[in-house]
Design a protein around this ligand. Structure first.
Ligand code: FES
Length: 166
C-alpha cells in the first residue's frame, strides 16, 4: 500500500484535479497511475527518449523527469488533451495519413513535441523539423514518415489555435 503523500492540485487537459503523492513523484507516474492518462509512455525513465512528453505551459517536457511539485499552477496537456479517435487533432491526423507509426510507442512524444514546435514555428523547413525531433527516439526507424507527417501538418495550414486552414 502506498504511503500518504501530499495533496497537489493540478490542471490537466483543461480540468482541475487533486492527487496525493510525494513531491518528487515524476509527473508521468501521476498522469498514468493516478489520472489514468496513458498517452504519455514510460520509455527510458531518464529524460532521454521522449516517449513521455507532455506540454507544460505549451512547452514540451519530459514527464518522467519532471517532479509533480513543479507542475502546480501550470497547464498540463497530454495526448488525450489534443484530439479523440472520432476527432483527431490535425497533427494526429497527419501522422495517420502519413502512416508514421509502426509499433507506436514513440508516437506520443513525436506528436506532443511536434505540437509545441509547430505552435512556435508554423511553417518550418524539413531540416528544422528534423532538428526539432532530433532527441525523440524511434526504435522502429520510422523517422522518415514522422518528419513527413509533421511537414504534412504544416502544409495543411497549421495555426496556433490548433485549426487547419484547408
Ligand atoms: Fe521520459 Fe524516456 S521515458 S524521456
Amino acid at each position: 500500500m502506498r504511503s500518504a503523500g501530499r495533496i497537489f492540485e493540478l490542471r490537466v487537459n483543461g480540468a482541475d484535479c487533486r492527487v496525493e503523492v510525494e513531491p518528487e513523484t515524476p509527473l508521468l507516474f501521476v498522469l498514468r497511475n493516478d489520472l489514468s492518462l496513458n498517452g504519455p509512455k514510460f520509455g527510458c525513465g531518464l529524460g532521454e527518449c521522449g516517449a513521455c512528453t507532455v506540454l507544460v505551459d505549451g512547452v514540451a517536457a519530459r514527464a518522467c523527469a519532471y517532479p509533480v511539485r513543479l507542475a502546480r499552477g501550470r497547464e498540463i496537456v497530454t495526448l488525450e488533451g489534443l484530439g479523440t479517435l472520432e476527432a483527431p487533432h490535425p497533427i494526429q491526423q497527419a501522422f495517420i495519413d502519413a502512416q508514421a507509426a509502426q509499433c507506436g510507442y514513440c508516437i506520443n512524444g513525436m506528436v506532443m513535441t511536434a505540437k509545441a514546435f509547430l505552435d512556435a514555428k508554423p511553417r518550418p523547413s524539413e531540416s528544422e523539423v528534423r532538428e526539432a525531433l532530433r532527441y525523440n527516439l524511434c526504435r522502429c526507424g520510422t523517422h522518415v514518415e514522422i518528419v513527413q507527417a509533421v511537414m504534412l501538418a504544416a502544409e495543411r495550414g497549421w495555426r496556433r489555435d490548433g485549426a487547419a486552414t484547408e
